[in-house]
Ligand binder design. Structure first.
Ligand SMILES: Nc1ncnc2c1ncn2[C@@H]1O[C@H](COP(=O)(O)OP(=O)(O)O)[C@@H](O)[C@H]1O
Ligand SMILES: [Mg+2]
Length: 322
């Protein structure tokens, strides 16, 4: 791929914004110097590969600024799988740029240790201005895509494919952020969404200082009945009020936090008007009923579906439609 990539847009947007900011406020000498440096940094971005770019002098200053904040995930941590390969897989240049922005804005001070890795994302424990945060970093290219891209890159007929893939990832992350906000507005138990920038989502952290809370699938709930009722009501409020379906409502995506269930992983959630929303709803309720019966309750699927659709939720105050 040539030099004219998504960075050209990024550059002009950034440059414009910086110019505006300068007009608006007096910039201290240090700040001006830093701005100069980071604009140099952005200007000099090209299509270099891998993480070797970090060692180059021109990137070094910016990286040095956030390096300390990232030291927890660079190989000194207690997790054996935190090594250069993980680092290289997760922290590509655009992701580091996103982290740089989130760190500059104070949303994140440090990334401390990894919590989980999935096919689509790594989740990290971070620390922000007001305490711990969970930072979900979506992979910008999957293995398959990485494999394909070498054939596609440089072929002019496929110009922009890489860009489109990245755009899709970014849209997906923003969708997860918006879904969290919408569910939270209805008082549902989800991690509070705090911020999003490109492929990085920052949300409330669920856990102790040392470890995340377990998932529902990892715990034996002693009293499953109130937990079942709460989760059934979650589905009912989401459907009737927020007009949404989770779509992947399994004990893997429900955390057990402070003796209560908290629902996570809402990127794939869809609105009622989605052509498959009812199918997803039935699947979600089925999963919940399976969990309930495995936990010792005696629950009927038909009854559960009826409850989700018809449960009287008039006690919930009306919220504005989005
Ligand atoms: N807000 C959070 N606080 C603590 N741990 C979290 C949080 N969100 C996710 N996790 C951990 O990260 C794992 C993966 O998160 P999830 O959103 O389900 O991503 P994926 O799309 O990879 O399944 C979860 O199973 C959980 O262990
Ligand atoms: Mg998940």
């Amino acid at each position: 791929m040539g030099r004219h990539t998504e960075w050209d847009d990024e550059l002009s947007k950034d440059t414009k914004q910086r110019r505006n900011n300068r007009k608006k406020r007096h910039v201290g000498a240090d700040q001006a110097y830093m701005d100069g440096e980071s604009s140099e940094f952005i200007k000099s971005l090209d299509s270099s590969k891998g993480t070797s770019w970090m060692a180059e002098k021109k990137y070094k200053r910016m990286f040095t600024e956030i390096e300390e904040g990232l030291s927890g995930v660079m190989g000194d941590g207690p997790f054996e799988w935190v090594d250069r390969r993980v680092f290289d897989a997760v922290f590509d240049r655009l992701t580091l740029m996103s982290l740089y922005k989130l760190m500059k804005s104070g949303m994140i001070d440090t990334l401390d240790f990894p919590i989980a890795r999935g096919k689509e994302a790594h989740v990290f424990h971070g620390t922000g201005e007001s305490g711990p945060v969970a930072v979900k970093i979506f992979h910008t290219s999957n293995a398959v895509f990485k494999n394909l891209i070498q054939y596609i890159e440089g072929d002019p007929r496929f110009g922009g494919l890489k860009r489109r893939h990245r755009d899709l990832v970014d849209i997906w992350v923003r969708k997860e952020f918006r879904n969290l906000s919408r569910l939270e507005k209805w008082g549902l138990a989800v991690p509070k969404p705090l911020g999003v920038h490109k492929n990085v989502l920052v949300m409330e952290y669920l856990g102790t200082p040392n470890a995340p809370s377990p998932r529902l699938r990892d715990v034996k709930v002693i009293e499953p009945e109130p937990v079942y009722d709460e989760l059934l009501e979650f589905l009912a409020v989401a459907w009737q009020k927020a007009k949404m379906v989770h779509g992947d409502f399994s004990p893997y995506n429900i955390m057990w936090h402070d003796d209560r269930p908290v629902v996570i992983d809402v990127g794939q959630a869809v609105v009622q008007s989605h052509p498959r929303s009812k199918e997803f709803l039935v699947r979600d309720v089925t999963r919940l009923v399976e969990w309930a019966n495995k936990s010792g309750l005696d629950v009927e699927l038909a009854e559960a579906i009826y409850d989700v659709l018809e449960m009287d939720l008039s006690h919930l105050e009306t919220k504005e439609e989005e």
